[in-house]
Design a protein around this ligand. Structure first.
Ligand SMILES: Nc1ncnc2c1ncn2[C@@H]1O[C@H](COP(=O)(O)OP(=O)(O)OP(=O)(O)O)[C@@H](O)[C@H]1O
Ligand SMILES: [Mg+2]
Length: 257
């Protein structure tokens, strides 16, 4: 695990020239085309884009779950694929769109929390986490698979955060949540990335307002390519983003509000 100071002065993750094809019956699907992304400590990079534009593929490439045909990913200054899994899992917290991918459905709530913290199950942090989940209406003996989708996703977020990752990769984590659960999820997340935090975030979303509210940088993907990217202060309006979804073939790169 790199020291805190090396984490602070180096991008948490940097992707350069990511290009990836999937081989399917009858040909190739170009899922990513020359995609570049840098996340510094404190950055909250939101990835918007049309369905099938390559967002989840990008997330998998950043997490090291797929190796792209071209391009490189560096995590805290080292080639991702040279970093042992044990180091990557200390740096990374990953949440997928489907709660069942983030948790073990046959475990009870307490077993799941204990598994995440196998060497410190009696610590105050774990006790507090169990308490918090009980306060949110979950029972310690309830099986994960019997929790509602929203409860599972909240638990998954709290579990990921409780390991204090340097970098969080979240793929549409609120897509199955109702308004109240989304609000709660976003407030937990806001606290985790509050100004001054040196944590980094990559967040895939279709919720434009959420991106405008929370992001320090927004990128927009279509057909595997970045068609627009903006820093806070230069974000398009909600209606301009909606126009991008309906006219994604225009090149928005370089355009400024
Ligand atoms: N394992 C795979 N095998 C074949 N094709 C794949 C695979 N994974 C993704 N694809 C294809 O790659 C393209 C990008 O998919 P991806 O899941 O990255 O899109 P996305 O932007 O996350 O879409 P959504 O908003 O619907 O979640 C799509 O055309 C998809 O069908
Ligand atoms: Mg996706």
């Amino acid at each position: 695990m790199p020291s805190r100071s090396s984490v602070d002065s180096t991008p948490l993750i940097q992707a350069i020239g990511l290009t990836h094809d999937f081989i399917v019956f009858g040909g190739l699907i170009r899922a990513l085309s020359d995609v570049a992304l840098t996340v510094m400590p404190g950055d909250a990079v939101f990835v918007l884009g049309t369905n099938g534009s390559g967002k989840t593929t990008l997330m998998k490439a950043l997490a090291g779950e797929i190796v792209c045909r071209k391009g490189q990913v560096q995590m805290v200054g080292q080639s991702l694929h040279r970093l042992p899994w044990s180091h990557r899992t200390k740096i990374l917290g990953r949440l997928s769109q489907r709660p069942q991918d983030n948790l073990c459905s046959t475990f009870t709530l307490d077993e799941m929390i204990n598994l995440y913290h196998s060497n410190r199950i009696f610590s105050s942090a774990v006790k507090q986490l169990k308490e918090e989940m009980r306060n949110a209406g979950m029972s310690h003996t309830q099986r994960i698979g019997d929790l509602s989708g929203g409860q599972q996703q909240l638990l998954a977020l709290r579990l990921v955060l409780s390991r204090e990752p340097n970098l969080m990769l979240l793929d549409e984590p609120t897509s199955s949540l109702d308004f109240a659960h989304t609000e709660l999820f976003v407030s937990i997340l806001k606290d985790a990335i509050r100004p001054g935090s040196d944590r980094g975030l990559v967040y895939i979303s279709h919720r434009v307002e959420e991106a405008i509210d929370l992001a320090s940088k927004i990128i927009f993907l279509h057909s595997g390519k970045i068609i627009g990217q903006w820093d806070r202060g230069f974000f398009p309006t909600v209606s301009q983003f909606y126009q991008m979804y309906s006219q994604p073939h225009r090149d928005y790169l370089g355009e400024r509000k």
